[in-house]
Design a protein around this ligand. Sequence first.
Ligand code: ZN
Length: 685
Amino acid sequence: MNHLTAAEVIAVHPWNQNGAIDAPGLENWVRGRLALQSQLIDSLLAVQGERSLENTLRPYDDAVATLSAAGSLASLLDSVYPDKAVRDKARELTQVVAEAATALSLNQEVYRALAATEKSLADSGTTHYVDQTLLNYRLAGVDKDDATRAHLRELSDKATELSLTFAKHVQENVNRVEVRDPAELEGLPEDYIRNHPADEKGVIILTTDYPDMQPVMTFATNPDLRLRMFLAYNTRAYPANRQLLLDLLAIRQEVASILGFASWADLATANQMMGSAAKMKNFIGELEQASRAGAEKEYEMVLAFARSRQPGLTTLKSSDRGYWYEQYRRQAFDFDSQSVRPYFPYAAVEQGILDTAARLFHVSFQRNQETAVWHPQVSAWDVYDRDRLCGRFYLDMHPREGKDKWFSAAPLIPGIAGRQLPEVALICNFPGGKAEGSHRRSDGHSDDPGLMQYSDVVTFFHEFGHLMHAILGGQQTWAGVSGIATEGDFVEVPSQMLEEFFHDAQLLASFARHYQTGEPIPPALVERMNRASAFGRADGVRTQLFYTSYALDVHNLPPQTLDPDALLEQGYKRMMPYEWVDGNRMYASFTHLIGYTSNYYTYMFDKVIALDFFGQFDRSNLLEGPTAMRYRRTILEPGGSKPGTQLIEDFLGRQQKMDAFAEWVGEEFAGSSAGEECDGVSHSA
Ligand SMILES: [Zn+2]
């Protein structure tokens, strides 16, 4: 038998002490992990006599951990590494690891071995892990005959390839908007204009990267510029991804049919809290009804206001929504969202969120300068629970050419109690950082301070919620239930719960200081921000329902006759009062269709739970009361070792209720809008 244990090798990063790696080096690293995984499975199958947790579940779990780390780190490098040759190799190897995971998920001998393992003395977490694993084996098709399993493998491998290509197109296809008349930038913040000088031909180039796109949609007074940006953003990876998506949907439907499910949406919810596509439909229907009147009223108010400014306006387009919301809020709530940006320079926000999480969860963070990172923009941090090192994370927070364009938390290495530290990375695209070239001021002064919109700060809280779940939940006996490995539709609870902390004036004043004067953000301004940002909640819920329904429908209708464009337009018109913009192809860059497949409902489903959870905190004493520690113990620390319904009952002492959510949507003019497509979180293998 091999004497190297998985725990001794999975934590070794593929990059060297300078953070560098080349394609052959990465290939060697991944192949080494795959070989170890095979040895572990061989040793498991070679056991003679009684099967125990130690001789069967342990090598199985080590194999899972090894594959998980190999897949996650290859996928990370695909998302963030500066050298395209390494990214391409990383994508190829992500496919290879996924194929190994699929082969393992259809391995009948391993399934029988796990089913035969003696676990009468096992703790409840271990029993839950084994039960879930056996269920997932059955859902993968392990009981099918050899030919059918071989076909399922082929289909799964093809689906992986299509998924990776879809994501690559989104990552690499940046669209540009050319501005020839600087007057078109009217309404945008001064620092934004300063950071986008004209080139030698007098042309200002704006990209569809988030920090370029978002301010245009919120602040630019020129409707034509907003429309051009809207179309540039919502045609990313089009047309390339249209056919890819159709091919992928056809494969998923075939897999579902082979496994005896009516649709992919039924298969993908079978091991989730939701349970079935029909229940998902009901859930969408309930929220649709609850939000309709409010959204119509909000639209009428914004439209009436826009008409008072521009007589003759008949409708507002989808591309006008962000701008007119901003204008309306300025007038109705005396709140200009540009006025808070100076209080949110990136570096101070980062420190503030770390300090908040440290106080809330009773941990401390120390910058780790020794650990090698993959790019100079990245920082590494150690997490301590009292004196005990309990995890490590990486912050890669600003855009770069070739880097993934969205906001996500990516678990890298699953934690195993006493053996292996959990590691996780945040991959974001916030303003600021020392971006190569473009953000330097011509007068040679300091770099762009990275002034964030308040919605960016909310996103940062959200991602940090995932991060804390991965670390504090990453102290399990088994890698397979470590960190965020709950049911997939519980994953967005800890992230959305932490978002709510953003609205506390006292907490914000602790870190949000004016980047030039040092003045803390005034409580009255925070109050106006909270009231203003609450306006539009019903509309925000419906935006989420539009995405949610689309993700369900494309996975629930026959793929042969599916028209993704018609479906998008119909779904939009059913849900949204703003005029549809022809040429919107947002599905081509809707990467949640890859990661969450049909289950985008997770965001709204978990928002209901997160608000119920947040309601347990003492709002006058958010950080210091005993609730945070109880939340840490009952929700974050168990990771995936309990079913989601159990976690909820452990914390609430009852089942979840809709009340807090209903109040939140109905609470006129008092909270935040959920208007944009949500972040992503990578699931470990
Ligand atoms: Zn999330």
